[in-house]
Design a protein around this ligand. Structure first.
Ligand SMILES: [Zn+2]
Length: 290
């Protein structure tokens, strides 16, 4: 039986079918339509084009206990019975999952985390997403809120980091407000009083600008504190980094030595690797049936 993965994103919907050996036998991507009904229709037509097989769908957000979709940045899916609507419209039993969790599952099983027991995953771009896979299984948690690393409290705030930055989730001082592209922008505003976006700060740092290099160093130290905090709780076998900012060596290759300082012993150097599969979202959606 083929496995079909469909990744519903804010700008595009991508689908692929994999045969029993994991080989891609169908692939298609389309622009994400502007209404909920059209999104459902688009997924149905991709599912039928992909042919027979087990279907997994990944999308931002998650299903609550009331079976309504929530916390999605594709806001028109929020409050809708996304899973039920898709299943009814496609006419087959399907599985749905948070898109970051799909990415994590793929990286843990057939990417950078392959062969490791406890895999902690970060996707660091504009925001900060997290995931945990233990012995090949996603840890969702009793309320479906496990591994929301971005919304833990930022550990060990310094004088300069006070008062805590207000998060969009309503709490003060969430990790995402410090460790992300948004965090870089917030940091720059505090340090220099002007609005500069994360990617521009990275560009300036690469060009040798001292202020920008200092901002990246602060980002590295904050990320190291978060990693140290997770080590003190779970001590994962490997951390896998995805997302645009994971291109920075400061946040992958150079991070273990800094993070070690924040472990209880001050010496526990975590293993940190970069994500390997660009199409891990679709691969992970298809893996929901394995
Ligand atoms: Zn928050």
């Amino acid at each position: 039986m083929n496995r079909i993965g469909i990744d519903v994103g804010g700008t595009k919907i991508a689908a692929a079918a994999f045969d029993a050996d994991g080989k891609v036998v169908f692939e298609k991507r389309i622009a994400t339509p502007k209404s909920y009904e059209e999104i459902v229709e688009a997924v149905v037509s991709l599912a039928h084009e992909a042919g027979p097989g087990n279907i997994g769908i990944g999308a931002p957000g998650s299903s609550g206990r009331d079976n309504l979709w929530r916390n999605s940045n594709i806001v028109l899916c929020n409050g809708r019975p996304f899973h039920g609507d898709m299943e009814r419209a496609i006419g087959r039993t399907i599985r749905t999952e948070n898109d970051v969790n799909c990415f994590v599952l793929s990286e843990a099983r057939e990417g950078a985390g392959e062969g490791f027991g406890v895999v902690a995953f970060f996707t660091i771009g504009t925001g900060l997403g997290g995931g945990l896979v233990i012995d090949g299984k996603l840890l969702r948690g009793a309320n479906g809120e496990a591994a929301e690393f971005g919304h833990m409290g930022m550990p060990w705030l310094t004088e300069a980091e006070l008062p805590p930055i207000q998060c969009f989730c309503g709490k003060p001082g969430c990790v995402e407000m410090y460790v992300s592209g948004t965090g870089l922008r917030q940091d720059w505003r505090r340090a220099h009083g002007e609005a500069v976006d994360g990617p521009e700060i990275v560009k300036r740092a690469r060009a040798g600008d001292e202020n920008a290099k200092a901002a990246i160093a602060r980002l590295q130290d904050r990320f190291a504190r978060v990693i140290g905090n997770i080590v003190n709780c779970l001590d994962p076998d490997i951390f896998v980094m995805g997302g645009g900012l994971a291109e920075l060596p400061e946040l992958v290759e150079e991070l273990p030595a800094v993070a070690a300082r924040y472990s209880f012993s001050g010496k526990a150097e975590p293993r940190i690797a970069r994500a390997q599969n660009a199409d891990a979202g679709i691969r992970g959606a298809a893996l929901l049936w394995n």
